[in-house]
Every structure is written in structure tokens, then in C-alpha cells.
Write a protein that binds this ligand. Sequence first.
Ligand SMILES: [Mg+2]
Length: 192
Amino acid sequence: MKFGFDIDDTLINLREHAFHIYNEKLGQQVELDKFHALDRVEIHELFGMSDEAGSKMWNDTLEQIYYTNCPAYPDAVETLVNLQQQGHEVYYITARPAEHRERTMNWLMEQGFPVTEEKFFCGMKDQAKVNIIRDLQLDYYFDDKPDVLNTLTDDTLQVYVKTQSYNQHLTIPRLTNWLELKQIVDKNNDKK
Ligand SMILES: [Mg+2]
């Protein structure tokens, strides 16, 4: 089967990693529970920034956010390695800017994620993601972002939302930790 994954905040804890970097860079001590209560993807309002200033801060800090020690979510690496070992196909579909493709692939490999060059799609804005997901005829797709997930209504594709504070309102099936993926697949196989 073909499994597609968004990367940031689906497989790796990027926003929280950025949150710690912001605290350090700005000399602030915003508490983590405020981060966990956010109902939007962007984190800058916790630091008193406007959307414009926040967007600039994010872009100025992007190198550090992407390529330092952002942790993968527990069991994400092992789960994807297992999928590949079982003969499934693992695809990555990310909105990270296209110029970050090589380095992001390398960074993921360094963390232990199974990456195949032709199964890695970078620079995918929301609508491009939707199109590529359709073209690839994925069986499963996992993402955290409401804007992407809301547009994916295909009968053959099983879409799951990786639970985050800002996607609680979505009514599609959700995954809270990566150990659940095996149960999801086993359950669906039983139904067939
Ligand atoms: Mg994401």
C-alpha cells in the first residue's frame, strides 16, 4: 500500500521546537501550556507579534527551526521503517520551500526516516498537495493542517489528522500517537 505523510507537525514536533527557539531568541519565558492551547498553526502571537512580524520571524529563523535538533514524535521513525520493511511505499509531501528539498531529505535520513528520492515531494502548497495526493493514488494520508485535510474527500483515500490543538474541530479520523497506525491498518485489513 501507499502511505503519504506530511512532515512538519505530523511526523516531527516542529512548532514546539520553534517555540523553544523563539523563547530563547527573544529572551522570553512563555509557558508551554500556552503553546498547547493555541488554536492556530502560527505561534507568534504568544510572543506578542503581529502576523507580519511573526511571518518575518519565522522566515528569519527557518534554518535553525528546520536543521537543528527538532525531535520526531515518539515512534514515528520506527513506524515508517516498519512500513517500508513490510513492503509498503512511504511518501513525503511537504509544503517546505522547494529550495529546502535536499537538505530536508538528508535531515530526515539522519533522524532514521526511510526516504526515497522519487517519493519525496517538496514545495507543495495546499492545493498542490491535494493534486499530488490524488495523482499518486495513495491509500493513506496523514497531515495536521485543517486547510489541507478539508479538501481531501476521496472515497479510496483514507485520511487521518495528526491531533494538534488547532485541529480539534475536524471530524475526520484522527491519530494521536504513531503506534496507532498499525492498529488502523490492521483494522482496515480485517474489513476487506
Ligand atoms: Mg504540517
